[in-house]
Design a protein. Structure first.
Length: 114
């Protein structure tokens, strides 16, 4: 267990030094330096999250389309756009890391099937 923890700590340091993470941190700071824009973007994120995980009978595609249309100006702001791209690249990198970590590991998920 200790060896796995040490390796995880080293991986954490490598991730923090990665271009993807550094860009994410930089764009996050830039966005937070504009409090009004930051709050509006977070409002969009909360509403989008709520839509994605809602169980309503409404048409999700139309609702998301309308939400994006409502926040179009904010989403096309260069500070927000830079952050979105950096966040996407960082998340993709982390997804690859998680996939590599779990490859070849077996866990019993049969209980989900009933």
């Amino acid at each position: 267990m200790q060896q796995a923890k040490e390796l995880a700590d080293r991986l954490n340091e490598v991730i923090k030094k990665s271009e993807e993470y550094q860009r994410y941190i930089e764009t996050d700071r830039c966005l937070k330096n504009e409090p009004e824009l930051y709050e509006k973007y977070n409002e969009f994120r909360r509403r989008n999250y709520d839509l994605q995980f809602s169980e309503g009978d409404s048409n999700l595609y139309d609702e998301v389309f309308n939400l994006v249309k409502e926040y179009d100006t904010i989403l096309h702001d260069s500070v927000v756009n830079d952050f979105i791209l950096a966040e996407r690249r960082f998340c993709y990198m982390m997804q690859e890391v998680y996939t590599a970590l779990s490859e070849g590991l077996e866990m019993d998920y049969d209980f989900f099937e009933k």
